[in-house]
Write a protein that binds this ligand. Structure first.
Ligand code: ADP
Ligand code: MG
Length: 355
């Protein structure tokens, strides 16, 4: 089921007549059968967007289509959605089986049929052997799977997940996110996964939508958005370790960071913000980009160099990821070149990428 948001807007009005534009003219199409990561910092409007799609919140303006159906004013229970929240919200006095069957009872599905459907869906999410337990007897990851099973048992057209992994510890979070990806693939259900965690969104989404202050900044396959960010916010939000930012200047067709010459530029002379991904550096024999290595962290094949930035007055450092074979030690003075496709220039005022 394709989901289309047309100029979707939500303005909250406080008692003091203050307005918060939580979602601002969101205009996106979510392709059928895909998992979309709705990503952005806390307060950027992710949950508000999800609740408008679910019908729990009424948009201030704009419309929502599920396929050809305009569902903008359709009540939540008639939209065919499954919702999962951060806190699992299971009924504590009910068993796993009763929790999963609960939505079917409301639909008056005959008991025997409901038991079978609950078992099928529990097997799918990997908790089929826990049907007689109560929620307190389950781990956080298992409880969240019960919540997902309960959302799926009605065979919704759309699955909406609001930070479903935030309450889990790091290991369970990794495991459960892979499970969600598998369940989504197997069911083919159009899914919107809300998270503030870029790594989580990047790892499981077919596409991400990155939001800031209610406005969608960029939409695309995770790698594509990482490789071709449209602005400084997007470039900074994606990637661990994050992109390195320098003050730069284009003078006479050459890009400089401090007195280091980073090569030709076709742009007009101006001050720019320079972003270089940590993996965009290469240690070379000769370059005017000289650097002093403060710390070295080696994990597997990659070495992260923490480098004193010699090109600004601040006592700041930046990170370069290079091959462990380079055998660089703390205290070394090195010379760096930059891979062109890992270097981005941004407008100093607007933050828009310059090409
Ligand atoms: P996110 O889920 O991305 O953290 P939200 O969608 O919850 O962000 O909130 C977006 C903005 O709308 C925030 O500034 C938040 O304070 C505001 N907001 C959310 N819900 C309400 C509400 N019921 N009343 C007033 N403001 C709200
Ligand atoms: Mg939220």
């Amino acid at each position: 089921m394709e989901i289309k948001l047309n100029n979707l807007t939500k303005v909250f009005q406080s008692k003091k007549q203050e307005e918060t534009i939580a979602v601002n003219n969101l205009d996106i199409t979510i392709p059928s059968g895909k998992l979309i990561g709705l990503l952005g910092p806390s307060g950027c409007g992710k949950s508000t967007t999800l609740y408008m799609i679910s019908g729990l919140l009424k948009p201030t303006a704009g419309s929502i289509f599920f396929g050809d159906d305009d569902v903008t004013t359709v009540p939540p229970e008639e939209r065919g959605i499954g919702l999962v929240f951060q806190n699992y919200a299971l009924y504590p006095h009910m068993t796993v089986q009763q929790n999963i069957m609960f939505p079917l009872e409301n639909l008056k599905v005959p008991k025997e049929e409901a038991i079978k459907q609950a078992q099928d869906i529990a097997d799918l999410v990997g908790i089929g052997n826990l049907m007689n337990r109560k929620p307190v007897q389950l781990s956080g990851g298992q409880q969240q799977r019960v919540a997902i099973a309960r959302a799926l048992v009605k065979k919704p057209r759309v699955l909406l997940l609001d930070e479903p992994l935030s309450n889990l510890d790091a290991r369970l979070r990794l495991q459960t996110r892979e499970e969600i990806k598998r369940i989504q693939r197997e069911t083919g259900i159009t899914t919107i996964f809300v998270t503030h965690d870029q790594e989580e969104a990047m790892s499981i989404s077919d596409e991400i939508v990155l939001m800031k202050e209610g406005i969608a900044q960029q939409k695309g396959a995770p790698q594509e958005v990482y490789d071709v960010p449209t602005n400084l916010f997007v470039a900074k939000f994606l990637g661990t370790p994050p992109i390195n930012i320098f003050d730069g200047e284009i003078k006479g067709g050459i890009l400089y960071v401090g007195d280091a010459d980073l090569g030709k530029s076709k742009l007009k002379d101006q001050e720019v913000v320079v972003g270089i991904r940590p993996e965009g550096f290469k240690v070379v024999e000769d370059s005017s980009f000289q650097a002093h290595v403060e710390f070295v962290e080696t994990i597997g094949r990659d070495t992260t160099l923490i480098i004193k930035d010699p090109h600004t007055d601040e006592k700041r450092t930046f990170r370069a990821i290079v091959d462990a074979d380079e055998q660089i030690k703390p205290g070394d003075n090195i010379k760096l070149s930059v891979k062109p496709h890992k270097l981005f220039l941004f407008d100093k005022k607007t933050g828009e990428v310059l090409k």
